[in-house]
Design a protein around this ligand. Structure first.
Ligand code: CO
Length: 464
């Protein structure tokens, strides 16, 4: 059967390569052409794009979504959603999660890819139900990782439970590029035994095996793969769309996509890549193969964070010590996958453990939350000694963490009353309170400026 393609250039590709800095203005001129390709979907929203739009680009992410929706008349739009964390780094109450899903779909999203950094399915239920209710496509993503608890039986059983939860499809989310080709073959076959849902594979080129992994996965029955147009492909991004299309041409997996059209789209993005290289926004280092990601099982994004954290502390010589400490902290924390936000939490704790010269001498607030059960359950129990050090005699949470969070929406509405210009503003504020307020102030200043300009022109046109 023809393999389907999800294009990631408007979300993950620029998030992974150029710090999520592609602007709406840079996207709009090409979406008409992209709309003609016949992609299964275009991933264009969610993940870090929401935060980056508000914080760095001073853009309203909701406005971006509406503009993309208006341009993509024939293509499904897809977003990435962190379960009960939505697009933030903490757990939110169910009413906020439900409202976010409702507004995402109302503004143009078709497919919501929902994941949890611990694969604790209880953290996905609210978002999946909300997507079902709004008639959106709910895709549940398994955060792929390695470790002796992550057996094929575990993945297969999780796939079965995902189907029972009401998901419309399943994604293997391999954020670190740890899934090697022959393992992909075994994994896809195992998942197919566990579920009848369509299976999509998402990986990164970081470790250099990604396109081979796609080939083996597709041969094993994987239905959809995530790729990025060549100028923003490979490295810490996805395999190139054009290359995968060519790979399957003339076979039973032929995507049917038009290479000439894809070439025109690539021509549009290439100068953007060259510009990013020139300005330093795109570091050529992230375009290559980083084999350490396989050795230390650490996602590429986490490695670059690590380097900058150590640089700040003038302790770059501790790099390898920290790399060795990461798996130990991960083990103490119940061996979770390393993906936002667990990657940052484990990484920062590992840095502290090394820099302090004593493990867990200092424990971050976030580590305490993890060990107190506030992010949910990991595949293995926490190290009881480390847990005791972190939370003392406090009773850890064992229920679904959001059950402990009272509804928050009314309170957020109250807090932003004076800034509100659209319903969605409360959601921007809920996720990133300070950043959103800064943005609202900026937005208001821009509007006042425009008003003054209009008044000026009026005066000139109609002198009294
Ligand atoms: Co990704």
């Amino acid at each position: 059967m023809a393999v389907k393609i999800t294009e990631t250039i408007l979300r993950d590709a620029h998030q992974s390569l150029i710090a999520t800095r592609m602007t709406t203005e840079q996207m709009l001129p090409i979406i008409d052409k992209m709309d003609k390709v016949g992609y299964h979907s275009v991933e264009c929203w969610g993940g870090a794009t929401f935060d980056a739009s508000l914080r760095f680009l001073k853009e309203d992410p909701w406005e971006r979504l509406r503009k993309l929706r208006a341009g993509f008349k024939n293509t499904k739009l897809q977003m990435l959603f962190r379960g009960q964390n939505i697009l933030g780094y903490n757990h939110y109450s169910d009413d906020v999660v439900e409202y976010f899903v409702q507004k995402s779909i109302a503004n143009g999203i078709d497919i919501i890819r929902i994941f949890d950094c611990f694969n604790d399915l209880r953290n996905l239920g609210t978002a999946v139900k909300a997507a079902n209710k709004e008639k959106g496509h709910a895709q549940i993503a398994l955060s792929y990782t390695l470790g002796d608890a992550y057996t094929l039986d575990y993945w297969k059983d999780t796939a079965r439970r995902i189907e029972e939860m009401g998901a419309d499809s399943l994604c293997i989310k391999d954020m670190a590029g740890l899934l090697v080709p022959y393992e992909a073959d075994r994994l896809v076959k195992a998942l197919k035994e566990g579920t009848k849902l369509p299976i999509q594979l998402h990986t990164h080129y970081t470790s250099g095996v990604a396109s081979m992994t796609y080939l083996k996965a597709v041969e094993a029955g994987c239905d959809i793969i995530d790729t990025a147009m060549s100028p923003f492909s490979m490295g810490t991004s996805q395999p190139a769309t054009e290359v995968m299309v060519e790979t399957f041409k003339g076979t039973e997996y032929d995507t049917g996509l038009d290479q000439t059209l894809l070439a025109e789209i690539a021509d549009y993005f290439r100068p953007m890549q060259e510009e990013a290289l020139k300005s330093g926004l795109l570091n050529p280092k992230v375009m290559g193969v980083n084999i350490k990601t396989l050795l230390y099982q650490v996602p590429g994004g986490m490695l670059s964070n690590l380097v900058s954290q150590l640089k700040e502390a003038h302790a770059e010589d501790k790099y390898y010590q920290v790399l060795e400490e990461i798996p130990r902290v991960r083990k103490d924390f119940g061996e979770p996958p390393l993906v936002t936000p667990s990657s940052q939490i484990v990484g920062t704790q590992a840095v502290l453990n090394v820099l302090q010269g004593e493990r867990y001498k200092m424990i971050t607030k976030e580590s305490k939350k993890v060990l107190g059960g506030e992010f949910g359950q990991t595949i293995k129990p926490f190290n009881p000694e480390v847990q005791k050090k972190a939370i003392g005699a406090t009773e850890p949470i064992t229920c679904r963490p959001a059950d402990k969070i009272a509804p928050q929406l009314a309170k957020f509405e109250e807090e932003i009353k004076e800034w509100k210009q659209q319903d969605e503003d409360v959601l921007s504020y809920a996720l990133f309170p300070q950043v959103a307020i800064e943005f609202f102030k900026h937005r208001q200043a821009q509007q006042t400026k425009v008003d003054v300009n209009v008044a000026d022109t009026k005066n000139q046109a109609y002198p009294v």
